[in-house]
Ligand binder design. Structure first.
Ligand code: AMP
Ligand code: ZN
Length: 112
């Protein structure tokens, strides 16, 4: 599959890893939109939030169970925002489910 994030997980494309376990991978966004901008992704390929099902949703719980730890690893002690873009209207550019964890400064009140 020609998927950028699957290639990052496989180590075929370099990334700055922040956290990894048997199911998920977290790395720094190449184009950060805040002082801290990390992407948390499942190792299994799921295209986007639209593709979350009863069968695969445990990975989403696992991601969210680990986001607080990843946030602390990144020095986010005063809050952060978690965002997942899904589809064209949300400007999703990489079709592998990912959660942006953004913080390190006071963020804009508006999200869109
Ligand atoms: P989205 O627009 O929600 O699909 O987010 C995709 C994100 O992936 C963007 O914030 C990009 O900056 C980021 N990105 C694209 N290529 C890379 C890469 N090679 N390493 C790290 N982040 C990347
Ligand atoms: Zn993928």
């Amino acid at each position: 599959m020609n998927c950028l994030f699957c290639k990052i997980i496989a180590g075929e494309i370099p990334s700055t890893k922040v956290y990894e376990d048997e199911k998920i991978f977290a790395f720094k966004d190449i184009n950060p939109q805040a002082p801290v901008h990390v992407l948390v992704i499942p190792k299994m390929h799921i295209a986007c939030v639209d593709e979350i099902t009863e069968e695969n949703s445990a990975i989403v719980a696992h991601i969210f169970q680990n986001i607080p730890k990843i946030a602390k690893l990144c020095g986010l002690e005063n809050g952060y925002r978690v965002i997942s873009n899904c589809g064209d209207d949300a400007c999703q550019t990489v079709k592998h489910l990912h959660f942006h964890v953004i913080g390190g400064a006071k963020l804009a009140e508006k999200m869109a």
